[in-house]
Design a protein around this ligand. Structure first.
Ligand code: ADP
Ligand code: MG
Ligand code: MG
Length: 202
C-alpha cells in the first residue's frame, strides 16, 4: 500500500532530479522552444517540495492535488497547467483514502494523463510529454514492480520523440525543423516516472 508519505517522497525525488537535470531540460528546450523548460520545472517542483514539507497533507490524493495547484501557480508556460492538471486529476481520482494500491495509482494516473490530452489537445506522436506519459501509464499494473516497466516505457517514449515533427506547443512553430531533437516535456515526464520507480524501490 502507498501512503501520503510515499507520495511526498516521490515528489521530493522529482524535485531533486529536476534540479539535477534542469540544464539539460533547458538545453533541449533551446533547440525547439524558448529555453525555459528546466527553469520552469525547477521553480515549480522546488515550490512543490517546500509546500509539502511545510503543510504535509494526510492522504495521497491531497498530496497530489496540493502539488498540482502549486505547479499551476508557480510555473508559467505550457508545462505548468499541463503537469498541474496531471497531478490534480490523478489526485482527485485517488479520492480520500489514506492508502492506495499500486493498481489504484495506475488507474488514477491514466485518468490524469487523459486529462492532459484533453487540455492540450495533443495525442501520441505529436512530440509532447504525452509520448512519454501514455506508454508509461499503459505499462503500469497492479504491482510496484510495474513502476520499473513504466520508467523504461517513459524513457523509450522520450527518446522516440527525436524523429517526430512537433504538432503541438511552441515546437510546432518550427515545422520540419523540430525533427531531430528530443522533446523537453517528454524528457521531464520520464524523470517523473523514474522518480516513482526509484521511490518504490526505496
Ligand atoms: P513553454 O513551451 O510555454 O515554454 P515549457 O517549455 O515549460 O513551456 O514546456 C514545453 C513542453 O510542454 C513541450 O516540450 C511539450 O512536451 C509540452 N507541451 C506543450 N504543448 C503541449 C500540449 N498542447 N499538449 C501536451 N504537451 C504539451
Ligand atoms: Mg519553453
Ligand atoms: Mg516558455
Amino acid at each position: 500500500m502507498l501512503d501520503a508519505e510515499f507520495f511526498r517522497r516521490w515528489l521530493a525525488a522529482v524535485a531533486v532530479s529536476v534540479d539535477r537535470e534542469a540544464d539539460r531540460l533547458t538545453e533541449l528546450d533551446s533547440a525547439i522552444g524558448d529555453a525555459d523548460h528546466g527553469s520552469n520545472l525547477k521553480r515549480g517542483f522546488t515550490a512543490v517540495a517546500a509546500v509539502l514539507e511545510k503543510e504535509p497533507p494526510a492522504t495521497p490524493g491531497a498530496v497530489l492535488m496540493l502539488a498540482g495547484r502549486q505547479l499551476v501557480s508557480t510555473v508559467g508556460g505550457a508545462s505548468g497547467p499541463l503537469y498541474g492538471t496531471l497531478l490534480r486529476r490523478t489526485g482527485k481520482a485517488l479520492g480520500d483514502d489514506a492508502e492506495v494500491t499500486p493498481g489504484q495509482l495506475a488507474e488514477a494516473l491514466r485518468t490524469g494523463v487523459a486529462a492532459v490530452a484533453q487540455l492540450g489537445g495533443a495525442k501520441a506522436g505529436d512530440k509532447t510529454m504525452l509520448d512519454a506519459l501514455e506508454p508509461a501509464v499503459a505499462a503500469l499494473g497492479d504491482s510496484t514492480e510495474s513502476f520499473a516497466a513504466a520508467r523504461e516505457a517513459a524513457e523509450q517514449g522520450a527518446s522516440d520523440t527525436v524523429p517526430l515533427q512537433a504538432r503541438k506547443g511552441r515546437a510546432s512553430y518550427l515545422g520540419e525543423r523540430s525533427i531531430g531533437h528530443q522533446d523537453p516535456g517528454a524528457t521531464s515526464s520520464a524523470l517523473l516516472l523514474a522518480a516513482l520507480a526509484d521511490t518504490a524501490e526505496g
